[in-house]
Design a protein around this ligand. Structure first.
Ligand code: SIN
Length: 299
């Protein structure tokens, strides 16, 4: 079968199919399980300075088109998380620490306090006051925070971007100017659902982020636009639930993909996606590098 080994965002991976942030990334045991199930790399739940309980529940609702969540960045603080990363690493795949903060100083403190194979800056959570997209929708802040973390760490720094803006490319270019190794697109789309019997919003936080199949075309478009404009790699995430989705994202310009909501059907999806990509490459007589950005080269 065609090899999928290669560089993704500054990490040498066995395959480009990764566990996305926020799904199964809260404990070392679950990171390890995802790695052993075939993830080329695993991304942790987003970690911040202080312990947070997150938003009041319900925090997740299954809609026909995907998942709506507003967990509210619950985490035990970076001071309590290194052991989970170390356990996660025993799965044999690189562990990427997803981190958040409200300022460059907070991002630097969290990154400085963790030893991980790479960092993913969450500048895109659509429903946490003072964090995520509230900062990450400002190109100047994206650049400044990225630069501060890049100065602090000698491992790859990825920036996860929000699609909840008119111009995601402006954010990607800011991350690139700040020295990011790669950008990750996209985080969830700001959304809500209302219970029609009671009239109440279903999520405890009222507003959350939509993931799953409904957002895949949006993610594909964002990856395509970013790949066309940036010199650094783009990692695609958003609604990938089968190998065809992954191939499409790679054709849009992704050099790797992350899988999130689809894992609610079990971890086997990780291997099924990477095996599917390999078989596709064999059938087409192509290498992975030929596939990346193919859609932008077609006339
Ligand atoms: C959450 O913890 O609420 C989700 C994080 C995110 O959307 O980035």
């Amino acid at each position: 079968m065609a090899t999928l080994r290669g560089d993704v965002g500054g990490l040498e991976l066995e395959n480009p199919v990764m566990l996305a942030a926020g799904i199964l990334g809260t404990t070392g045991a679950s990171l390890r399980r995802a790695a052993l199930a075939g993830a080329g790399a695993v991304v942790t739940k987003s970690i911040g300075i202080e312990p947070r309980d997150g938003h009041p529940g319900p925090g997740i609702v299954h809609l026909g088109v995907g998942l709506l969540n507003a967990m509210g960045l619950p985490n035990p603080s970076y001071r309590e998380f290194q052991e989970e990363i170390d356990i996660g690493r025993t799965g044999g795949s690189p562990v990427v620490a997803s981190i958040f903060g409200s300022s460059p100083e907070e991002f630097v403190e969290v990154a400085g306090g963790l030893d991980a194979d790479a960092f993913e800056l969450n500048l895109s959570c659509p429903h946490a006051q003072g964090y995520g997209a509230e900062i990450g929708c400002h190109p100047g802040d994206v650049e400044e925070i990225t630069r501060a973390v890049v100065r602090e760490k000698s491992v790859p720094v990825w920036v996860k971007l929000t699609p909840n803006v008119a111009d995601i490319v402006a954010l990607g270019l800011s991350a690139e100017r700040g020295g990011a190794t790669a950008v990750v697109a996209i985080n969830t789309i700001k959304a809500m659902a209302i219970d029609v019997e009671s009239g109440y919003p279903i999520l405890g936080n009222r507003v959350g982020g939509l993931s799953g199949p409904a957002i895949k075309p949006v993610a594909v478009r964002c990856v395509y636009d970013l790949h066309s404009a940036l010199s650094i790699p783009v990692i695609g995430v958003g609604g990938i639930s089968c190998w065809q989705d992954a191939v499409e994202m790679i054709m849009a310009g992704a050099s790797g993909v992350q899988v999130g909501s689809a894992l609610s059907g079990g971890l086997d999806i990780l291997k099924s996606i990477s095996n599917g990509i390999s078989r596709y490459l064999d059938r087409k007589g192509m290498a992975l590098a030929d596939l990346s950005g193919l859609a932008g080269r077609q006339r």
